[in-house]
Design a protein around this ligand. Structure first.
Ligand code: ARG
Length: 261
């Protein structure tokens, strides 16, 4: 399995576009490098092959490669970021994917789409979140390009502004879910569709327990989420914990830092 990551050389909290970000709260850059490196090492040890996107000064959120777009085989559906602060990332992202010979499609204006942050596959299903960052019209466009059906999930809690902050498929059966982040209808849909929904408690969801990464039978959780950890272990996963404190300052975690290629 191949993933895209971007080293945090220029990562910082330079603006505020979600409730987690406070420019006054400085990022410990050395610690951020260490945490990112630990994730890189965990991914490679779990068998992932990592491609690197070159970090660019002035684009602090480029590290969150999950938001670059959505990859499907040779096709790359590029994001259109909701906030102008992140829009400059688009050209860099497009350049990288074109250089790798992807067939690049862009979500049409005036709609926004934030990639794998809001679109996750689980088994044969595609789940996509909308409201804060991605638009429903954009999700329709994406599904149309992929010529497939998808399950639209409306988000309602601004602290959980991307789908990958409140929903984490572990495999085709089990997924971590923080229910209060979803509109009631979306939550009911998830309960109907997901065979084994695992409820994450609020205190752990606030540590970004749902921003988990799973590779085969290995799962990575943020540290300090014992209830979620126990539930994931019960499903037969070998769980590792890493600290993402510096990325949480930007409203991100492990899953936000990787994009499936
Ligand atoms: N600071 C970034 C933003 O607000 C964090 C992105 C987190 N990414 C994610 N896939 N949830 O856009």
């Amino acid at each position: 399995m191949k993933y895209l990551m971007c080293p945090p050389a220029y990562y910082e909290v330079a603006y505020e576009i979600n409730p987690w970000m406070h420019v006054a709260q400085k990022v410990d850059k050395i610690l951020a490098e260490k945490q990112w490196r630990a994730l890189y090492d965990w991914m490679t040890a779990a068998g992932a092959q990592i491609e690197l996107l070159e970090p660019i000064p002035g684009l602090p959120d480029l590290v969150f490669t999950a938001n670059a777009g959505l990859v499907h085989g040779e096709r790359f559906i590029k994001s259109r970021f909701r906030h102008r602060q992140r829009r400059h990332e688009e050209i860099r992202i497009e350049r990288w994917f074109r250089a790798q010979n992807y067939d690049v499609t862009t979500v049409p204006e005036p709609y926004f789409f934030e990639g794998e942050g809001d679109a996750l596959t689980m088994g044969s299903e595609l789940y996509a979140g909308y409201h804060f960052r991605s638009d429903l019209e954009a999700l329709d466009f994406v599904a149309g390009v992929l010529k497939r059906d998808y399950c639209a999930l409306e988000l309602k809690d601004k602290r959980f502004y991307h789908l990958d902050t409140c929903f984490a498929p572990l495999d085709a059966k089990s997924a971590l879910i923080f229910a209060p982040a979803f509109e009631p209808y979306a939550y009911l849909t998830l309960l109907e569709m997901v065979e084994d929904p695992i409820a994450v408690p609020e205190n752990e969801a606030l540590r970004f327990a749902c921003n988990a990464v799973s590779l085969g039978k290995k799962a990575l959780l943020p540290s300090g989420c014992p209830q979620t950890r126990a539930a994931v272990e019960k499903r037969g996963f070998e769980v590792s914990e890493l600290d993402f404190s510096e990325f949480l300052k930007s409203g991100g975690g492990a899953k936000c830092l990787v994009l499936k290629l």
